[in-house]
Design a protein around this ligand. Structure first.
Ligand code: KG4
Ligand code: ZN
Length: 343
C-alpha cells in the first residue's frame, strides 16, 4: 500500500509517498519533497496567509510530480491520496485538499482527510512500536497540548496553552532580538553560548498551579521588557538560556502532573514528544530524563519529522485506512480550527 500525502497548512509545501507492506507494522518513506517558504515570509516577520496560499498554489504540482519521479513510481501505483484538511491557514488547506481530491477522483482511489496534529502525534509509530494509550506533548508554532492518545483517532486534551504556543514564544523573542523567523533554532543556538553570569528571575507562569494548562505570554512580556531596557551580547546568551530553561521547566511540570494523574488508570508505557519544538535538543534531553524517572520510554521523531512535513500526513493516512477501510467524503471542506479532540 502506497499513500501520497500532501501538507500545505502553513508555510511548507510538502509531498511524500509512504509505503507500508502487508503484514508489516512500519512504514517506509519512498520520497519526500518539501519546499519551505521561510525566505518569502521573512521580510514580514511572520507567515502572511495570502502569500502562503499563492506559494502553495504555484508549487504543489511541481512538488507532487517531483516526489513521484524521485520514488520512481507512477501515479497509477498510488493507493490513496491524503491531505491536511486542518487546522491551519484556510488558503493553504484549500490548495492541498483540492489537489488531493482531484488526484483521488482522476485515479479512482480514496481521498483521506488528515488532521495536521494527528499527523504530528502518529508519525513516531511509522518506525517504532508505540502502543495506545500513550501520553504526548505536542509543541509547535501554533500548538501546545498535553494529550492522551487513546487510539489512532481518539485523543483527549489533558492540558494546553491558554495563550501563546511554545514555538510562537520562541519566534517572538527571536524577533525582538532582531532575528528572522523561525526563532526556535536561533534561541537554541544562542543559549549554547550561555556563561551563566547573569540571572533574570524570569516568571514561571502557572507553575504552582494544580491545573495542567500552560501560559507563556507573561514570560514573553518579561523577556521583552528586559531586552527593551538594553542588554549586551553576554546577557543575550544568558537570557536565551534562562528563557529556554524556564519554558522547559513549565512543560516538564505540567507533563509530570498529567502523567501522575493518569498512573494506575491506564497502562501507559510511552511518552511521545512531537511538533517543531521537539527538534530542540535541550528539551529532548530534559524529557528523556523525566521519562527515565517515571519509568516510561521516551520517543521523539527524528528531527526532520518534528517540523511540518507530508510524511506524517501520508503515515496518518495509512493508520486511518488500515482501521477504517474507506476514504473520506469528497464533499468535506477544510477546517482551519479543527481540534484533535473532535475528529
Ligand atoms: O511543527 P512546526 O513546523 O509548525 C507548526 O505546526 O506550527 O513548528 C514550527 C515551530 C516554530 O515556531 C519554530 O520556531 C519551532 O517550531 N522550532 C523550534 C526549534 N525548531 C523549530 N523551537 C525551539 N527549538 C528548536 N530547535
Ligand atoms: Zn505542525
Amino acid at each position: 500500500m502506497k499513500i501520497l500525502g500532501i501538507e500545505t497548512s502553513c508555510d511548507e509545501t510538502s509531498a511524500s509517498i509512504v509505503e507500508k507492506r502487508k503484514g508489516r507494522k512500519f512504514g517506509k518513506v519512498l520520497s519526500e519533497v518539501t519546499v519551505s517558504q521561510i525566505k518569502k515570509h521573512q521580510k514580514f516577520g511572520g507567515v502572511v496567509p495570502e502569500l502562503a496560499s499563492r506559494e502553495h498554489s504555484n508549487n504543489i504540482d511541481f512538488i507532487v510530480k517531483k516526489t513521484l519521479k524521485n520514488s520512481n513510481i507512477s501515479l497509477s501505483q498510488i493507493d490513496a491520496f491524503a491531505a491536511t484538511t486542518g487546522p491551519g491557514l484556510l488558503g493553504g488547506l484549500l490548495v492541498g485538499t483540492n489537489y488531493a481530491k482531484a488526484l483521488a477522483i482522476s485515479c479512482n482511489k480514496p481521498f483521506l482527510s488528515i488532521n495536521h496534529l494527528q499527523g504530528h502525534v502518529l508519525v513516531p509509530r511509522m518506525s517504532k512500536v508505540i502502543n495506545f494509550p500513550f501520553v504526548c506533548l505536542l509543541v509547535s508554532g501554533g500548538h501546545c497540548q498535553i494529550l492522551l492518545a487513546k487510539d489512532y483517532n481518539k485523543f483527549k486534551v489533558i492540558g494546553e496553552t491558554l495563550d501563546d504556543a511554545v514555538g510562537e514564544a520562541y519566534d517572538k523573542i527571536a524577533k525582538i532580538l532582531g532575528y528572522d523567523y523561525p526563532g526556535g533554532p536561533i534561541i537554541e543556538k544562542l543559549a549554547l553560548n550561555c556563561k551563566g553570569k547573569h540571572q533574570f528571575n524570569l516568571p514561571k507562569p502557572l507553575i504552582k498551579n494544580k491545573s495542567k494548562n500552560l501560559s507563556f505570554s507573561g514570560l514573553k512580556t518579561a523577556v521583552r521588557r528586559i531586552i527593551e531596557k538594553g542588554i549586551n551580547k553576554e546577557q543575550k546568551f544568558d537570557l536565551a538560556n534562562e528563557f529556554q530553561v524556564v519554558i522547559c521547566e513549565c512543560l516538564i511540570n505540567k507533563v509530570e502532573l498529567a502523567i501522575n494523574s493518569l498512573k494506575g488508570r491506564n497502562k501507559i508505557k510511552n511518552f511521545v514528544l512531537t511538533g517543531g519544538v521537539a527538534s530542540n535538543s535541550f528539551i529532548r534531553t530534559k524529557f528523556k530524563l523525566l521519562c527515565k524517572q517515571k519509568g516510561l520510554s521516551f520517543v521523539a521523531p527524528e528531527k526532520k519529522l518534528c517540523t511540518d512535513n507530508a510524511t506524517m500526513i501520508a503515515w496518518a493516512g495509512h493508520e486511518i485506512l488500515n482501521k477504517r477501510k474507506k476514504g473520506s467524503s469528497l464533499s468535506l471542506s477544510p477546517k482551519p480550527r479543527w481540534r484533535l479532540d473532535s475528529l
